[in-house]
Design a protein around this ligand. Sequence first.
Ligand code: LLP
Length: 439
Amino acid sequence: SSTACRNDDGVIEVGGVSVVEIADRIGTPAYVIDEVDFRERLAAFRDAFAGMKVYYAGKSFLCGAVVDWVADEGMYLDVCSHEELQLALAAGFDAARIGLHGNNKSEAELELAVTAGVGRVVVDSVTEIERLDRIAQEHRRTVPVLVRVTAGVEAHTHEYISTAHEDQKFGLAIGSGAALDGLLRCEQAAGIDLRGIHSHIGSQIFDASGFEVSGKRTLKLAKQVARLIGRELPEFDLGGGFGIAYTTMDSPMTPEALAEHLREIVEHECRALELTLPELSIEPGRAISGPAGMAVYRVGTVKPVALGDGIYRNYISVDGGMSDNIRPALYGADYSGTVGNRASTSEPALGRVVGRHCESGDILVRDEFFPSDITPGDLVVIPGSGAYSRAMASNYNHATRPPVVGVRDGQITTLVRRESIDDLFALDPVVSARRATTP
Ligand code: LLP
């Protein structure tokens, strides 16, 4: 986390707690969230984007405590699955402050959205528009809706997290006329209250030029719609995707700079098109949860592998891996890492932090210099691990998923407990039955 630092003993501390204490009390691997930092990041977006609605994107990391923090900071919540919606509602979040996303929302999911009264549904296809309209009418409700469009923009990021080019599954394309068609259908639908347009161009974006192009095209569409339906759409959501620093190579924009930039883009276009400024909203996930979290692993083995010319790389195996952070394997994502339990004066040596899974792509930190005396029992800390890590964790190799703890004022609080082998056995009727009958 951005607030982690080394104490006088050379041990990394966050929220007033040392990683040694966390490892001793909670075990490893563990995800640690600096609660104050997380909430300050929420508040920073809220304040920088004052006058706009900020939806925290729960997909990056969500649990009951996070739902509470979002509520306490007076913010909105973006959920993108039936399960995230159920979690938010079970935790008591105000449905009116929830936005629901997804390209294949189920009947049950839409029904829950309608009956709970979520603040808005972002629709993604004609099939869904028809389905939602029918469900809303069955319940005699009118559901506030945004239509997700794709503006044909190349966001300069990994293909799998880039979403505004047209040949992918999300949204209705502006270029082909599908977006206009979807918007007009919503306007006609008795169960739907068409509020506006939604455009999310991708994730881990550092450069506002993508927003400029998508903003232009989207507002031009809004103007076209206004002419056809005889009223202006009151809302426009620019999506999320604001990049964070995983290594020193990344330089993210501050929420203030972002807000100024996005406001400027929209104001400029609206002036040019003679449109009233719509109410703007954004959906940051990673920029809030990412830097507030770090991963703590324990080193199990250190294996020097000769690379030729007398050069070697230490393969540092830790007790987690791709089952708790798939991002390096899936996106080639880079992380930095450091030894957290002590300062070392030994020479730095090239290292690679790898997991315990049965694949060579099971990498957590691809290239990093670690002290050459790194040894089994040391703790490796990986900052910037709060987003899309625990949230995307799996049970590959029957790994139990790590816990998430919050730290604050020297206190450790469990936010999500560690999964146990009993949790996994309980899913398996054969194993469960045998365990029940074996003394
Ligand atoms: N809004 C929409 C409609 C989205 O699809 C997303 C992310 C967000 C907001 C939040 O984006 P953020 O601000 O967190 O970048 N698993 C990938 C990221 C997938 C993002 C999917 N949608 C990763 O680990 O990089």
